[in-house]
Design a protein around this ligand. Structure first.
Ligand code: HEM
Length: 133
């Protein structure tokens, strides 16, 4: 296996995005959610995700979208799926990056996941986090 890198660049972000979504597609829980939302060509989604991570990690400003709005439309998304998403993301970061850089990605992802989860599922009249029924 190639050595882990401490470089956060457009090139290593591309590698992270490619590997992460290859694993997501193969995941028994998340795979079907993504395949239903993106049944055809994945190149546009992967390009958007590279822009997103480039904006987050390199402050390039390339991503202009609104993740909270986009996730509202995703059929079948559940709060507990975010744990699995983060688990795969963390493992992918650890495989590609050295500890400090991996931790920088992981911390950002965890914060964004929490904020997405709140925007999708938080109801002011319910106890948070919602208890499984
Ligand atoms: C259970 C967890 C998640 C699921 C099932 C999920 C699913 C999806 C799907 C299916 C899309 C494509 C939507 C489309 O093009 O129609 C998407 C887009 C996206 N996701 Fe997620 N996602 C999850 C968590 C996250 C997290 C934690 C982040 C950020 C750290 C994230 C960032 C994004 C971004 C930036 C887009 C592109 C939005 C755009 O088109 O502008 N997602 N997600």
């Amino acid at each position: 296996m190639a050595a882990r890198t401490n470089q956060i660049s457009e090139d290593t972000i591309r590698r992270l995005v490619d590997r992460f979504y290859a694993r997501i597609r193969a995941d028994p829980v998340l795979g079907p959610i993504f395949m239903r939302a993106i049944p055809g060509e994945w190149s546009a989604h992967l390009a958007v995700m590279c822009d997103f991570w480039s904006s987050v990690m390199l402050t390039s400003g390339r991503y202009k979208g609104s993740p909270a709005t986009v996730h509202l439309r995703i059929e079948g998304i559940e709060p507990q799926m975010f744990d699995r998403w983060l688990e795969i993301f963390d493992e992918t970061c650890d495989a590609l990056f050295e500890a400090n850089e991996s931790e920088a990605f992981r911390a950002k992802a965890a914060r964004i996941a929490e904020s997405l989860k709140l925007s999708l599922f938080y109801r002011p009249d319910e106890v948070w986090p919602r208890r499984a029924t």
